[in-house]
Each structure stands twice: as structure tokens, then as C-alpha cells.
Design a protein around this ligand. Sequence first.
Ligand code: NDP
Length: 254
Amino acid sequence: MADLSLFDLSGEKALVTGASRGIGQELAVALARAGADVAITARDAASLSPCAETVTRLGRKAVPLALDVRDVAQVGTVVGAAAQQLGGLSILVNNAGVEEVTPSLEVTEDIWDKILDTNLKGSFFCAQAAAQRMTAGGSIINLCSLTTEVGIPTAVPYGSSKTGLLGMTRALAAEWASLGIRVNAIAPGYFRTAMTEVFYENDAWQQAMKAKIPMARFGNLDDLDGIAVFLASRASAYITGQCFPVDGGFLASI
Ligand code: NDP
């Protein structure tokens, strides 16, 4: 019989970036429910109150901190503060991300820099700052995307950032295995959040997209809980450098 304590995160200290809403908020609460204390970040600390209150209600410690992941100096300071207030760090979820749907002929340097600096550069320096504090090893989980597997028109900076993040996931996994730090990624399929709302307002898009998903529905945020807890926990102790699609069968069927 399986030992379910493999999934227990009691005593673990997690940091989740971009936890003011959407997937980051969901995953911070999922890790807390599995037993972890959680530091949560977003650019405005006040926006973290709902997540912090939920984590606290679960009996876990919540440490809300303001962080713009594009600011490398701030990343070092804030990740340090998170580790200090939690009493260590063993899990990082690199979730903070942005997208601006733009035809490639109209992409400006500002759009390119905003997306790449948030999704790729920010994730790297958060991983570096976290790894420096994971003295007893740890688990880093990066939020990739289906754009790491398929080319999506009008999402070129975004797809470039997420494909870069996949390369980073693999290279850091190879480099940090000797430190006891595992690095994996989740590639969510179609989930309705503030980031993707622009698509869901279009009924025709919804119908056409659902027809391409074998499970015939979009993802619910809690569809991501299991994989995040699994990758954060001892249950995945021998898994590193992998990216797990959570997409209702989309990639398998195209
Ligand atoms: P949301 O827009 O709902 O949330 C994005 C989060 O990132 C917010 O908490 C936001 O905080 C934070 N963030 C954005 N920019 C920065 C920044 N410069 N510094 C710090 N935090 C920042 O998006 P989702 O929940 O949908 O996306 C979460 C992750 O999942 C992203 O990496 C996204 O690419 C990925 N993903 C999402 C999919 C989906 O279908 N929704 C599909 C595939 C991947 P604030 O603005 O308050 O600072």
C-alpha cells in the first residue's frame, strides 16, 4: 500500500511568487494544505491579504512580501527575508508571469523586455536566490506553458520566455542535483485567470478551444494542486528536469 506521508509537506518552507491571484494563489494554498509554511509575493503586498488569510486559517504560517521579480537586487533581499521569517527555505514555485497578446510585427522592445524579464530572468534569479538558501536541498517548480511544445501565434515573446524557462529547468536540474535541489516544471493547459480572461470573453474561441481538448473542459485551478504537491514532496524524490503538462489531453491529441 502506498505511503501517503510521502506527500506530507509538514515542516517544509515554501516561497510562491505571484500569489496575489490565479494559479499562484491556488498553489500557495495547496502547499499550505499539505502542511507547508508559505511566503507569498506580488508587486503590492496588500494584494496578498486574501491568500495570507487562507493560509493562516489552515494553521500554517503566511509571510506576505512585496516583490517585483524583474528587480534582481530586490529578489535577493526578499528571498532572504522569506527564508529568514520562515526559518529556512525548501520549496520555490516560480509562478509570477505576464503575457501581452501581440502580433509579432507589432511587438515592441518594451513588450519583449517586460515578458522576458518577468517570466525568464525573474524566474532564474528567484531560483538562484532560493537555491543559495536551500541548505538542506529542496524542490523548485517553474510554471511553463503549452507554448513550450506548440507554436502559438501572437504569443512569441511569451512562448520564447516559457521555452527558455524549460531549458533553464533542465540545465538547473542537471547542475543542482548534486546540491539535493530538484528542478521541475508544470505546463498548465487552458485555465481561466486574469491573464487569459481576454480569450474567455470570446464565446467562439471557447467553443473552438474546448473541441480541441479531449476532456472537453478547461482546467479548474485545483486541477494543478496535485502535481504541485507531488513535485514539492518526497513522493517525487527521484524526478528532476521534467515538465508535466496539465491540459486535459490537449498535447497528446494534436
Ligand atoms: P495571473 O495574471 O492571474 O497572475 C499572475 C501573477 O504574477 C500575479 O500574482 C501577479 O502579481 C504576478 N506578477 C506579474 N508580474 C510580476 C512581477 N513583475 N513581479 C512579481 N509578480 C508579478 O496569471 P495566471 O495565474 O494565469 O498565471 C500564473 C503563471 O502560470 C504564469 O507564469 C503563467 O504564464 C502561467 N500559465 C498560466 C496559464 C493559464 O492558462 N492561466 C497557462 C500556462 C501557464 P501582481 O500583478 O499582483 O504583482
